[in-house]
Design a protein around this ligand. Structure first.
Ligand SMILES: [Zn+2]
Length: 68
């Protein structure tokens, strides 16, 4: 992952995780990334208005999920 995570617009913190939607192909990477707070699991059900980022401090969610 090369993309720099943004700053939380709510609390201005930089503990922001990418929300991972869908089922991970690489479970080891997935669990490690969650442990490192690089991502949070969004669940396997993908909707039309899913946020992209979640602040791990205040749990604010924002942005728009990228379509792969
Ligand atoms: Zn925040």
């Amino acid at each position: 992952m090369t993309e720099q995570n943004p700053i939380c617009p709510e609390c201005k913190g930089n503990n922001v995780a990418l929300i991972f939607w869908g089922y991970p192909g690489d479970m080891d990477w997935y669990l490690q990334a969650i442990k490192d707070k690089e991502i949070v699991g969004g669940g396997c059900c993908i909707g039309n208005n899913d946020p992209k980022w979640e602040c791990t401090d205040c749990y604010h969610k924002w942005g728009e999920r990228d379509d792969d």
